[in-house]
Design a protein around this ligand. Structure first.
Ligand SMILES: *[C@@H]1O[C@H](CO)[C@@H](O)[C@H](O)[C@H]1NC(C)=O
Ligand SMILES: *[C@@H]1O[C@H](CO)[C@@H](O)[C@H](O)[C@H]1NC(C)=O
Ligand SMILES: *[C@@H]1O[C@H](CO)[C@@H](O)[C@H](O)[C@H]1NC(C)=O
Ligand SMILES: *[C@@H]1O[C@H](CO)[C@@H](O)[C@H](O)[C@H]1NC(C)=O
Length: 280
């Protein structure tokens, strides 16, 4: 066989092999998630590997994990609407609030939210609720355009810390220290694209259609069992091991760099209150 053809075949089969194992790792949507609302604005593409949410004046859409979790390292690959999406919010978050119930006080939640914007730098908004109404926002400008490619957004949650990562770069850490109000309920995953005009102003619908894409439906989490909540604290779970109690040195340096360069809002400094988690 011609050498060129052979190497082409080898390259092809290697990349196909990689592709196949990656796809298997990514999990299936139906196994782990269901469409929670706006099902006529939800489409599975790409043999089920990509979920598309659409928002128009009639509705947005959202999906939710089937399970509740007690700890984990949760991730999603996302591509946010590539149109001028002022007024729209694209989310990936953990919450203890039952699906489609009004936002209650006294619930736990860990949020990634994209506030629609049509210009660089794009904004990512994070928040933590712990048996309360939240109010622990930190906001960052992203160092890339999240509308052009898929990027990886991850939440590590164990008894010691909650850490937010963007493409493996830590952007925020919320530590469980003495007197810190730390999330303690079981939570499930939700993702959504919705019209937040009351918060973010009117949407210009003639810019649409507005779609967000999601991938990677495998869930690295500890399914919560009310009969044995302690099980999700086991140090045998990979996200609970001692190495995941705090960032390593390289990650800590990255975090500090991100905070300095990209964080533009931090509740720790802007509410004139003393939050125990804010003191270092
Ligand atoms: C914007 O997104 C839509 C829907 O996902 C896609 O069809 C279109 O090609 C995208 N346009 C650009 C410029 O990326
Ligand atoms: C949109 O981008 C502008 C310019 O960076 C910024 O001032 C504004 O706060 C952003 N709005 C949102 C909702 O992110
Ligand atoms: C916070 O840390 C304390 C001390 O390690 C631990 O007892 C408690 O369970 C943790 N809280 C949560 C909600 O994980
Ligand atoms: C809404 O979008 C359309 C299409 O891009 C544009 O022509 C129009 O000026 C926009 N309207 C406003 C109020 O920005």
């Amino acid at each position: 066989m011609d050498h060129f053809l052979l190497s082409l075949l080898v390259t092809l089969s290697v990349s196909l092999g990689k592709y196949a194992s990656k796809a298997a790792d990514d999990g299936s949507f139906d196994q782990n998630y269901y469409v929670a609302w706006g099902s006529n604005h939800f489409t599975l593409l790409d043999q089920g590997k990509t979920a598309q949410l659409l928002v128009d004046p009639s509705s947005g859409a959202g999906f939710s994990s089937k399970q509740e979790y007690g700890s984990g390292y949760f991730g999603m690959r996302m591509k946010i609407p590539n149109k001028s999406s002022k007024g729209l919010i694209t989310t990936f978050y953990l919450t203890s609030k039952p699906v489609n119930q009004p936002t209650a006080n006294y619930h736990d939640e860990i949020d990634f939210e994209f506030l629609g914007n049509n210009t660089m730098p794009y904004t990512i908004h994070t928040n933590v609720y712990a048996k309360d109404n939240g109010g622990r926002e930190q906001e960052f400008h992203l160092w890339f355009d999240p509308t052009q490619d898929f990027h990886n957004y991850e939440i590590l949650w164990n008894q010691h810390q909650i850490a937010f990562f963007v493409d493996q770069v830590p952007i925020r850490v919320f530590k469980n220290k003495t007197n810190v109000n730390f999330p303690s309920h079981s939570m499930h995953i939700e993702a959504s694209l919705w019209n937040a005009k009351d918060w973010q102003g009117d949407v210009n619908w003639s810019e649409g259609p507005f779609t967000a894409l999601y991938q990677s439906f495998r869930i690295n989490g500890c399914p919560y069992q009310s009969s044995n909540p302690q099980q999700c604290y086991s140090s045998k779970l990979p996200w609970n091991g001692k190495k995941k109690w705090q960032l390593n040195r390289a990650q800590q340096a990255k975090l500090e760099e991100v905070r300095k360069k990209y964080m533009f809002y931090d509740y720790c400094y802007q509410r004139g209150q003393n939050y125990p988690e804010c003191s270092s």
